[in-house]
Ligand binder design. Sequence first.
Ligand SMILES: Cc1cc2nc3c(=O)[nH]c(=O)nc-3n(C[C@H](O)[C@H](O)[C@H](O)COP(=O)(O)O)c2cc1C
Length: 214
Amino acid sequence: MDFQEIRKEYENTGIQESDLLDDPIQLFRNWYAVAVEKCPGRWLEPNVIALGTSDLEGNVSNRYVLMKSILDEGVQFFTNYDSHKGKQLAENSKCAIALHWPYLGRQVRIEGTTSKTSREVSEAYFHSRPRGSQLGASVSRQSSTIETRKALELQKQKLDEQHKNQPIPLPENWGGYLIRPHRFEFWQGRLDRLHDRVVYEQSEGLWKRRFLAP
Ligand SMILES: Cc1cc2nc3c(=O)[nH]c(=O)nc-3n(C[C@H](O)[C@H](O)[C@H](O)COP(=O)(O)O)c2cc1C
């Protein structure tokens, strides 16, 4: 496999000072809106985020999850609170996420602190999902060892029958996290690897921005 063959040039006009906003959440919303608008197909989800978490011993773990909203306060995603990520976040609420939109030559990185969303928020999202996904989330003890897939499928079927014509209750250990950002980085790929990077950092409640070397 020849990695030298894979060499893409990023040609665009880059990030102009006049494109920037004082509020990085608003800028993130704008970039996300462009990512959705220009998304090349339904097979690609522009709301996929790489989520990095760590425990207090410094063991780091990374996986993709789906961003489900961008609020003024931060970014929300949903998962199982007893999963590996859930356990790491219980120990260390700091996390980092990254999004990559290759068709725009753009990357966004966010660092922040997580907190669980309210039960109402988790309920509303859980019940907005297809019944099959609700059942799947309910029977899966995410990140724990399973003996067979068949057993999981049988549990799903059993739960479905138990709640025939009734809603599936939100499991105690399932819900959302809100990531409250304290750092954003907007990256725009440019020609000859002289990419643009703008960083926003919070200091005394105000966002300050600066450009970084690529
Ligand atoms: C594109 C994509 C989207 C995913 N979205 C979610 C999600 O929103 N929530 C979730 O719990 N897992 C999601 N997963 C599965 C996670 O990557 C991961 O396997 C799971 O959450 C267990 O991670 P953990 O053991 O580190 O807790 C997604 C996987 C992929 C590839």
